[in-house]
Design a protein around this ligand. Structure first.
Ligand SMILES: [Zn+2]
Length: 423
C-alpha cells in the first residue's frame, strides 16, 4: 500500500487539481467520434494548442500568442485567464515597449509554484530524483547509488522507491505525476524495463505500474535518450523545432529522433536503438552480444582502451574533457586519438542523417566535456561523410553534460501525457 502518508486517491486528486480543466476526460474526444465535436472538446483542444505554442516560444505576450495561433487577443485572453486563475500560468514582468510606444506587454509563462512533476533519472548504477516546475526549474534533488553486490531486484528497487518517496515528501504541492528516464530498453506501452545491459537485475521490472501503485500518481517511463529529446523539446535547445535528433555518449551510446513534430518511438518504444546499429560488419563484440555496433567504437570503453594503447596519462579514466586538455597541451597522440574518436562519433550521426535527415543534432553526455574543439571535429567528419543536398544543412550543437536535460525530459514525459500533446 501507499507509504508516503497520503492515500493514492488523495494524492492523485490533489496532483491533478491544478490542471483539472485541461484534463476534463468527459470532454476529450476518444477515437472515432460520432456526430459533431462538443464545444468543451474544442475548448480543450484550443487550450492545448495555446500551451504548446507557449512552450515553443517561451514567455510570450498575449498579442504574440494571438498572432502565432491565428486568433484575436480576446480569444487568447479567454483561454489564458482561467489558467492564470488556476495558478498554472502567471503574468511576468513587462517587456520593454516597442519603438512605437504603447503599453508595455506582460509575457505569460508557467507559474513556478504550480504543482511540480517528480522526475527520475534511472541509470545502471544509480537513481537521481528531483522536482521540476512547469518552467523547467529543478528543485529538491535526491540521489542514491545501487549496492554493487546486489543479488535481487529488491536491492535496487528499495533505493529507487526511497529516493522518490523522499523527494515527494518535500513537494509543496502534490506532484502531477512521475516521469522516469531510464537507461536500457523500455516497453513504453507498459512502463516496463525490458533490458539493461549494465544492470541485468532490472530486466522485466514493471516500474511504471509499481510507481502508480505505490504513490498513486500517473507514471511514464521512457528510454533515457528519448527523455533527453523531450527535455530539449519542452525546456531546451529543441524548443519550437519540427525536426531534430539527440545523441548521448558516455559509458553507453543512444539517441532519439523528432520528425515532423513527433517523437519517434516505434511500436512499444522498440525503435531508436541507435547505439546498436552496425557500423563494422564482424567488428568488436558489443555488450548486447552482437558485433560491430556503433556503441563499440564511440563510447568511453573504446576511448580508454585506445588511450591505454597510445600510452596517454589517466587512460583508465579518460574522457572527452581530459583528452581535449591533453591535445591542447601539445600531445600529438592525444590530438590523433581525439580526431579518431570524433570520426567514430560522426559515423553514426552520418548514418542517422542519411536515413532521417534530422538536420539539427544535439549532443549530450561525455562529448559535451570536449567543448568546441571536439564539436568542430565531429561536425567536420559528419560533413565529410554526408553529401550536401538541398535543405540538408547540418547543425551540430552541444546539449547538457549533466543530468539536467534528462531530468527535465522525464518531467516532459509526464507533461506530454497529461496534456495530450503531440510528443
Ligand atoms: Zn550492441
Amino acid at each position: 500500500m501507499v507509504s508516503d502518508g497520503r492515500s493514492s486517491s488523495e494524492s492523485e486528486r490533489g496532483g491533478l487539481a491544478a490542471i483539472n480543466e485541461l484534463l476534463d476526460e468527459s470532454a476529450r474526444p476518444r477515437g472515432r467520434t460520432q456526430g459533431l465535436i462538443s464545444s468543451s472538446a474544442i475548448g480543450l483542444a484550443n487550450r492545448g494548442r495555446v500551451l504548446q505554442v507557449l512552450f515553443d516560444l517561451g514567455p510570450t505576450s498575449r498579442a504574440e500568442l494571438a498572432r502565432h495561433v491565428g486568433v484575436n487577443r480576446a480569444t487568447i485572453t479567454g483561454i489564458i485567464q482561467p489558467l492564470i486563475d488556476q495558478g498554472l500560468l502567471v503574468d511576468g514582468d513587462p517587456l520593454p515597449s516597442k519603438v512605437s510606444g504603447g503599453k508595455p506587454a506582460k509575457p505569460v509563462w508557467f507559474a513556478k509554484d504550480a504543482a511540480p512533476i517528480c522526475a527520475v533519472l534511472l541509470m545502471h548504477d544509480s537513481v537521481h530524483c528531483c522536482l521540476v516546475s512547469l518552467d523547467g526549474t529543478i528543485t529538491v534533488e535526491a540521489k542514491a547509488a545501487f549496492p554493487p553486490d546486489a543479488e535481487g531486484v529488491e536491492a535496487l528497487a528499495r533505493p529507487i522507491f526511497d529516493t522518490i518517496r523522499q523527494t515527494l515528501s518535500l513537494a509543496h504541492r502534490p506532484p502531477l505525476g512521475i516521469g522516469v528516464a531510464a537507461g536500457g530498453m523500455i516497453d513504453t506501452d507498459k512502463g516496463t524495463i525490458v533490458a539493461v545491459n549494465l544492470a541485468p537485475l532490472l530486466a522485466g521490472f514493471p516500474l511504471g505500474a509499481e510507481l502508480t501503485r505505490r504513490f498513486g500518481l500517473t507514471a511514464r517511463v521512457d528510454h533515457h535518450p528519448r527523455a533527453l529529446l523531450v527535455g530539449d523539446r519542452w525546456f531546451g535547445i529543441g524548443r519550437g523545432k519540427r525536426h531534430f535528433a539527440v545523441i548521448y555518449t558516455g559509458e553507453v551510446l543512444g539517441g532519439a529522433i523528432f520528425l515532423d513534430g513527433h517523437l519517434y518511438r516505434g511500436p512499444a518504444g522498440g525503435g531508436g536503438e541507435l547505439g546498436h546499429t552496425f557500423v563494422q560488419v564482424d567488428g568488436t563484440i558489443c555488450r548486447c552480444g552482437r558485433h560491430g555496433c556503433w556503441e563499440t567504437i564511440a563510447t568511453l570503453g573504446w576511448l580508454r582502451r585506445e588511450a591505454q594503447q597510445a600510452g596517454l596519462p589517466s587512460a583508465p579514466v579518460m574522457d572527452s574533457r581530459r583528452l581535449v586538455a591533453l591535445a591542447e597541451g601539445g600531445a600529438s597522440s592525444a590530438a590523433e586519438l581525439l580526431d579518431r574518436y570524433a570520426r567514430n562519433v560522426a559515423v553514426g550521426i552520418a548514418n542517422l542523417q542519411q536515413t532521417m535527415a534530422p538536420n539539427f543534432i544535439v549532443l549530450h553526455g561525455d562529448v559535451v566535456g570536449g567543448g568546441p574543439r571536439l564539436l568542430d571535429a565531429i561536425a567536420r567528419h559528419v560533413r565529410e561523410l554526408v553529401p550536401w543536398r538541398p535543405g540538408g544543412d547540418i547543425d551540430l550543437v552541444m546539449g547538457d553534460l549533466e543530468d539536467r536535460a534528462a531530468l527535465r525530459g522525464a518531467a516532459g514525459l509526464v507533461l506530454s501525457e497529461l496534456l495530450h500533446f503531440t510528443l
